[in-house]
Design a protein around this ligand. Structure first.
Ligand code: COA
Length: 310
């Protein structure tokens, strides 16, 4: 199954070139996996599928949504409109029953995302800037807390908001040409879409402060060495490798994946005792699932599991 709405302009121009027509969230299961209304987290918002995006490409194939930031002439810089669309895309991937996992990438060969849009920020005042940071943080947090696995395929510059977007994804695969950095101090601003918080959580305080205070860019090899990315692959293989990684994850029990994502995300903000309690609760919850019986039965019967997400 393949659906696509590579769109331009406004909602009235929504195009589903394969005619999948996602107008009814309740019936749009696409035959590609069961509905997953019982996943942890808040209920999926009622959305009209096939939403249009002016600055994103949003394609669905074989239960994987590929969300591509599409402003290559500006190295995919995140203006307010893109942030708004990323926020909506996060809602859409969460709500769609035909989406089991997500790849986030950037259009063109040069950049993943070269940061927040400097032209737009140049005249911002303090209240406007704070509101902009909060909007970006909220959109990225939707990716981070999505119960479906999200892989960033970093194809080039991931600077400022680009590095922050990649860090809000669950896993990061980088092309060998990718470059990462938080260069905000060079512009007289601080990171505003989560960089000061997620970078130290990923690479440690000392390394994070070095990158944030100097604005130094690091190449893919160094990003791998410090733990900023999970894997580095040749540029030509990036999307295939991201797809392979993601498909491996969505073949697992989807409830177990969602519970694991939530346990790690929430547990990092807790004491060890509280985190262990959360883990035990999730372990117990997983034992209520059909997926657990199927997974263990399949192992003992020496066959592949057929998970239903229930
Ligand atoms: N915001 C707005 N526009 C941006 C941008 C950003 N963050 N990053 C790149 N662009 C635009 C450039 O202004 C240029 O537009 P133009 O052709 O209309 O002049 C276009 O994208 C191409 O960028 P350019 O700088 O010419 O490419 P380059 O190969 O010489 O340099 C970079 C690439 C990534 C090193 C450079 O673009 C850069 O430093 N970008 C800003 C990175 C940054 O500070 N990000 C954090 C923002 S908070």
């Amino acid at each position: 199954m393949h659906t696509s709405h590579v769109l331009t302009n406004t909602a009235s121009h929504a195009t589903d070139i394969h005619g999948a027509g996602h107008s009814d969230p309740q019936t749009s299961h696409g035959g590609a996996g069961k509905p997953r209304a019982d996943l942890p987290g808040p209920p999926a918002p009622a959305l009209a599928y096939g939403m249009s995006y002016a600055h994103l490409l949003f394609d669905v194939a074989d239960r994987v949504a590929t969300v591509t930031v599409n402003r290559p002439d500006k190295l995919n810089a995140l203006n307010d409109a893109v942030i708004g669309e990323l926020d909506r895309a996060a809602d859409e991937v969460r709500a769609r029953a035909d989406v089991a996992g997500v790849i986030v990438t950037g259009a063109g060969t040069k950049a993943f995302v070269a940061g927040a849009d400097i032209a737009e920020m140049r005249t911002q005042g303090p209240f406007e800037a704070k509101a902009r940071a909060l909007r970006g943080q909220a959109a990225f947090r939707k990716f981070e807390t999505c119960p479906k696995p999200i892989v960033a395929a970093v194809n080039g510059f991931a600077l400022g908001g680009g590095c922050e977007l990649a860090m809000a994804c669950h896993l990061r695969i980088a092309s060998d040409a990718a470059k990462f950095g938080q260069p905000e101090v060079k512009l007289g601003i601080t990171p505003g879409f989560g960089g000061t918080q997620r970078l130290p959580r990923l690479v440690g305080k000392g390394r994070a402060l070095e990158l944030i205070l100097t604005g130094r860019m690091v190449g893919a090899a160094e990003a791998l060495q410090i733990g900023l990315v999970n894997r580095v692959v040749p540029a030509a293989d990036l999307m295939a490798e991201a797809g392979k990684l993601l498909r491996g994850i969505i073949a697992m029990g989807p409830l177990a994946v969602a519970l694991s994502l939530e346990a790690v995300d929430r547990g990092l903000e807790m004491s060890l005792e509280e985190g262990l309690q959360l883990e035990a609760n999730h372990f117990g919850l997983a034992a209520a699932s059909t997926d657990m019986r199927e997974g263990m039965t399949a192992f003992l019967e020496k066959r592949d599991a057929r998970f239903s997400g229930s």
